[in-house]
Design a protein around this ligand. Structure first.
Ligand code: NAP
Length: 329
């Protein structure tokens, strides 16, 4: 295995890798941000003798060939998984069941079959219904991403120092779980195991609800009558800009996430609405103490996230340095 240690974070996460997994053939179904990042990182780390990829459209498949990031690009999902030791579905969660059904008859005995879906309960159910008993199904979710999608958007460092959650169904062989854990650790991720139900609850509050709020606020600003669109864009650095980045995330992926994680999202949304009502009441009553206490608590949470290295405290000016230098002239 080749190990490139570029940053302190690399060193920290790579330290978890005990033995580099060697797969003879990895099959990636879907080649967007996540599939493309896995291909780049797996190749950089030498984790497979051969990486085979496919994507739904001919245009994406042609682009993957141009990028030269995998050994072979094939036209069908069935062809992709043939003789693969590790198969990873890197497609929207709503498509996983149908693709599992399509590949079921082509999988190699003893293969590890996984996915990267942002929702686990529904995906595990949809896929498990079709997979044969002689493969090891180990679902996964790398909690890492950007608002970009497509074959050009991936990068090898995406998973470094990020969490990857595995949700192995009961009874799956522990050696298969261990092999996938080692694979993700070699891509730079820290790995945690939990049940699909718990995963969906945790992600509903840490990822799904924030995206829903961002989608809402950007839509609301767009429909305002008293403030023009150009003013919203011009003064976006007041906080709005950060929401627009999240609200630019792929519409198909996020449609599927909310459809698949309906129960957990609705539960978190209920709690959120109660808290929002409390803050609304504090503003209406001029209750500065309640507002101050709440904002102090949330500031501590942000500092905690920075402390554990999941974000940087560096100021994000949101504009290229060139512009700053030009202004100083
Ligand atoms: P992406 O960049 O949009 O790529 C999606 C890929 O799936 C493309 O290759 C696309 O093929 C293919 N695809 C789309 N619909 C399909 C269908 N109905 N059947 C078969 N293939 C289909 O998406 P991504 O961001 O990599 O997300 C992929 C998965 O990763 C999703 O399940 C998502 O929940 C999960 N995830 C995403 C993030 C994130 O931040 N983006 C983070 C963690 C996990 P074409 O290009 O040919 O259309």
């Amino acid at each position: 295995m080749t190990t490139r240690l570029d940053t302190e974070a690399d060193i920290q996460s790579t330290a978890q890798v005990s033995v580099a997994p060697q797969f003879d053939r990895i099959a990636l179904i879907g080649f967007g941000l996540i599939g493309g990042s896995i291909a780049r990182a797996a190749r950089q780390q030498g984790l497979a003798k051969e990486i085979v990829a496919t994507a739904r459209s001919a245009a994406t498949r042609a682009r993957v060939i141009e990028l030269g990031l995998v050994d072979r690009v094939v036209e069908t999902n069935g062809e992709a998984v043939k003789d693969a030791d590790l198969v990873i579905l890197c497609i929207p969660v709503g498509a996983c069941g149908a693709v599992a059904q399509e590949i079921a008859g082509h999988l190699k005995r003893g293969a590890i079959v996984s996915d990267v879906g942002s929702v686990k309960g529904a995906v595990v159910q949809d896929m498990a219904a079709h997979l044969p008993a002689n493969v090891h199904f180990v679902p996964a979710h790398p909690v890492a991403g950007t608002e970009h999608s497509g074959p050009d958007s991936g990068f090898a460092e995406l998973f470094i120092n990020r969490w990857c959650i595995l949700t192995p169904p009961e009874g799956v062989e522990s050696s298969a779980v261990e092999k996938l854990r080692t694979f993700w650790a070699a891509l730079g991720a820290r790995v945690e195991i939990m049940t699909p139900e718990h995963h969906d609850l945790v992600l509903a509050i840490t990822s799904h609800l924030p995206h829903l709020i961002a989608y809402t606020i950007v839509g609301t600003a767009d429909e305002l009558a008293q403030v023009t669109s150009s003013e919203v864009i011009k003064f976006s650095a007041g906080g709005f800009r950060d929401f627009t980045r999240i609200a630019a995330s792929d519409p198909i992926m996020w449609r599927d996430v909310f459809l698949a994680n309906k129960e957990a999202v609705l539960e978190m949304l209920g709690t959120f609405n109660e808290d929002l009502s409390r803050l609304t009441r504090a503003i209406r009553r001029g209750d500065g103490e309640a507002l101050f206490d709440h904002f102090s608590r949330t500031r501590a949470i942000r500092r905690g996230i920075v402390e554990i290295g999941q974000d940087s405290a560096a100021p994000d000016f949101g504009r290229p340095h060139a512009q700053l230098e030009k202004k100083a002239d």
